[in-house]
Design a binder for this molecule. Structure first.
Ligand SMILES: N=CN[C@@H](CCC(=O)O)C(=O)O
Ligand SMILES: [Zn+2]
Length: 412
């Protein structure tokens, strides 16, 4: 089955196969072809070029893209999309003056979501999560990472991961799953965190690994949650099961989690709202992708990850939503890209690179996603008629997407 998109005003993020990630000044460039065509065959990018060299091929479907642009679908490398209910009341509590940490300290926060999830059946959890996934697909997300971490018991953590996996089977979007049992200390372990770490390492991890439910392992390395030593222990254990780390670090405090992540060859270190020069030094020369979550900063009114500083230090940067009920009840990558430009001072080229090619790297998909490259998945966004690609982050809050194709198929 062949689909030809022709008369494309500008085809963005055209890369050779070998581009794994972009660092520092490389992020300033966004290679494009003006007045282009793109041929999709059996769900993959088959070929592309400029209209003056359009090949003649027999195709079943064609779309005239006059005035419109085409770019790779977003890769969202950090979400908690599988959750139960919402935390609207905490939103109001914060408006009335309580901080995120104060809410957590009085039994709200992650343990509040865990209580709701434990009371929700697998089928109901699937239905709630599927609605969210359908929405983000229409917003241009073609690959998504989904974490557990609102179960906090062996059974409920496994339930979350089964739901995430089932979403990946039932929808065309590529889903990667991450085990985040070490997201918060459950109420019943309040005075014995080590016992909860034992449960994670001795029971949850082996069961989840043996059922192949997770691609990655995560931990919330933060004051009041899990220490650098806990992080070292969990990542060492996870390594026995070949689970690669992608960790939550430096959201509120820099306590050494970045260096620990790098020491364990983490694929990504995420959040980084509070970042020291030592953290930046630790990232240099590593293969670990720093991931910024600007919608979280927006929603919680906390500092933005110093993305400009990271890029200017020669490092790569990826962007993700952090979609979750507490700190970011939004999975809109378009808003993330805009906010990275507006608040973190990334250029449109840097932000688009961070949300496509570098984001694909941060979820282990750089060979198949994140760029217009022959043989990669035909996951693309067709924009509405826009004056330039910089208009996408500029016109924040507007929906400039005409249509989205995942595996070459139109998302309805
Ligand atoms: N910070 C840790 N975890 C989530 C938020 C969890 C929640 O508040 O439910 C995050 O990445 O922001
Ligand atoms: Zn998160």
């Amino acid at each position: 089955m062949k689909l030809l998109l022709f008369n494309i005003k500008e085809l963005l993020q055209v890369r050779p196969e070998s581009t794994k990630m972009l660092k520092g000044h490389q992020m300033k460039e966004l290679p494009t072809i003006k007045n282009a065509w793109l041929l999709i065959e059996d769900g993959l990018i088959c070929d592309f070029g400029s209209m003056d060299q359009l090949i003649s091929a027999k195709v079943e479907n064609t779309i005239d893209c006059f005035g419109k642009m085409v770019l790779p679908a977003w890769c969202d490398s950090h979400t908690h999309l599988v959750y139960a209910g919402n935390r609207e009341q905490e939103f109001v509590d914060r408006i009335n003056g309580l901080s995120y940490q104060e809410i957590a300290n009085k039994g709200g926060g992650i343990v509040n979501s865990a209580k709701k999830l434990q009371e929700t059946s697998e089928e109901e959890l699937y239905q709630q999560s599927a609605k969210r996934l359908e929405e983000v697909m229409r917003l241009g997300t073609g690959a998504i990472e989904i974490k557990s971490g609102y179960g906090l018991t062996t059974e409920a953590e496994m339930r979350m991961l089964r739901v995430a996996k089932k979403l990946g089977e039932n929808y065309p979007v590529t889903v990667k799953t991450t085990f985040l049992g070490a997201h918060a200390i459950p109420t019943e372990f309040k005075n014995d965190k080590d016992a909860y770490m034992d449960l994670i390492c001795n029971e949850m991890l082996p069961k989840i690994a043996s059922e192949g439910l997770a691609d990655y392992v995560d931990i919330f390395c933060e004051l009041g949650y899990f220490t650098v030593e806990d992080t070292d222990r969990l990542l060492s254990e996870a390594n026995k099961y070949k689970l690669i780390p992608k960790i939550h670090v430096n959201q509120f405090n820099s306590i050494g989690g970045v260096a620990m992540g790098v020491q364990h060859n983490a694929l990504s270190v995420d959040h980084l709202e509070v970042l020291t020069d030592d953290d930046i030094t630790a990232l240099k020369g590593s293969e670990t992708m720093p991931v910024a979550l600007p919608s979280c900063s927006y929603f919680l009114s906390i500092p933005y990850t110093p993305g400009r500083k990271l890029i200017d230090a020669g490092l790569p940067l990826a962007l993700a939503t952090d979609y979750n009920p507490g700190s970011t009840p939004s999975g809109n990558m378009n808003f993330v890209v805009s906010t990275a430009c507006i608040k973190m001072k990334l250029t449109p080229e840097e932000a688009i690179n961070a949300a496509t090619i570098n984001a694909a790297y941060a979820m282990g998909l750089s060979e198949t996603h994140g760029s217009i490259t022959k043989g990669k998945k035909a996951n693309v966004i067709l924009t509405k008629e826009i004056p330039s690609y910089g208009y996408l982050p500029y016109a924040f809050g507007s929906n400039n997407i005409d249509s989205v194709f995942i595996n070459g198929k139109l998302v309805e």
